[in-house]
Every structure is written in structure tokens, then in C-alpha cells.
Design a protein around this ligand. Structure first.
Ligand SMILES: [Fe+2]
Ligand SMILES: [Fe+2]
Length: 188
């Protein structure tokens, strides 16, 4: 029962934890585009392909990435907190830290968005603005590296073990609804 939205998905809504891992690969890929552009051009003029790559990556972090954060904060973490299982209990402090990091990442993304839009509008950035953009991107790269590693190696494996089938189904349904697909439960 493949359910796809737009591009091909590696996992579908029947495997919500797998989908969350796929989102991590997209975060890494789009962040890498931003870091590479800033490093290569350093605020200098962008050609058409680079402008498109920058715009696409910014849009991903503005529109799609917050849904991934909501998947974790509103669908996954609450169920792990309620599970009462020792493996989930051991992750309580981690989940709190991860939520704080979501907030920090979001405010650094706002800065990245601001400098990048200026870059697109003015065609070049001042040395000062270019270094602010690079610093913000370095901060994000560092934050995501640790954050994603903890989710991929600790939280998601625990969730795969601890969540009941009903929980898994509900998480998948909520993720589908967040992306504009209703009544996904009927298709399981
Ligand atoms: Fe996260
Ligand atoms: Fe995540």
C-alpha cells in the first residue's frame, strides 16, 4: 500500500519511525547545500542553479522541517513518555534536551533565513553578513550532528521496541494528517 506525496519515499506512513529517519537524511542533505553554498561563494554572486538550490533548501527548513519537529514533539515523545517502559523512562531527560534543541535550531534557522534572503535580494552579502551566515550554519551543523545521532541511535530504536502497534498506527496517522492526508487509518 504505497502512499506517496510528491517525491518517492523510502518509508511510508505504516513505518512512521522509518519516515522520521528519512526526514533526518533530508535535513542533512539540505543543510549540506546551505553550508556548501556559503563556503563556496562566501556572500558572492550566485548563479541560477545556486539561487535555486538556496531557495529550495530555505523552503525545506521553513515548511517541511517543522512538521518533522511536530512529529517528534506531538506524536512520538508523548507516547514514549506515557509508555512507562524502562527503556523509554531512560530517555526522559534526553527528550527534554531534544525539545530544547528544536527551539534553539528554530531561532538559528530564522537568522539563516534572514541573511540568505538578503543574499538573494541584494545578489551579494557584505563580509560581515556573510560571516554571520556562515557562523549560524556552523552552529546548526554542530547542533544537528549530535541531535540526529541521539535520535537515530537511541530514541528511534527505543521507540521501535516500545511502541505498541496501535501507537505506531496513531503516530503514522498523525504524521499523514500533518501533511494534508486525512483518514489514513482507513488505508492500513
Ligand atoms: Fe528532533
Ligand atoms: Fe529528528
Amino acid at each position: 500500500m504505497p502512499i506517496t506525496i510528491g517525491a518517492k519515499r523510502e518509508s511510508d506512513f505504516t513505518d512512521p519511525i522509518g519516515m522520521m529517519g528519512d526526514c533526518h537524511r533530508r535535513i542533512e542533505r539540505f543543510l549540506d547545500v546551505l553550508v556548501s553554498l556559503a563556503r563556496q561563494q562566501n556572500g558572492g554572486p550566485l548563479d541560477e542553479a545556486q539561487r535555486t538550490a538556496l531557495t529550495t533548501s530555505l523552503r525545506y527548513f521553513r515548511e517541511a522541517a517543522p512538521k518533522h519537529t511536530a512529529d517528534e514533539e506531538e506524536s512520538l515523545f508523548p507516547r514514549l513518555r506515557q509508555a512507562g517502559n524502562p527503556e523509554a523512562v531512560a530517555l526522559l531527560a534526553q527528550m527534554e534536551t531534544l525539545e530544547q534543541e528544536h527551539e534553539s535550531a528554530s531561532s538559528v534557522h530564522d537568522e539563516v533565513d534572514r541573511w540568505s534572503r538578503r543574499w538573494l535580494e541584494q545578489r551579494t552579502l557584505s563580509v560581515d553578513d556573510a560571516s554571520k551566515l556562515s557562523a549560524a550554519l556552523e552552529q546548526l551543523a554542530l547542533l544537528y550532528r549530535r541531535h540526529i545521532a541521539i535520535e537515530d541511535t537511541e530514541v528511534f530504536p527505543a521507540a521501535s521496541k516500545v511502541l505498541s502497534d496501535a501507537d505506531r498506527k496513531s503516530v503514522g496517522a498523525e504524521m499523514a494528517r500533518r501533511r494534508g492526508l486525512a483518514a489514513i487509518e482507513d488505508r492500513h
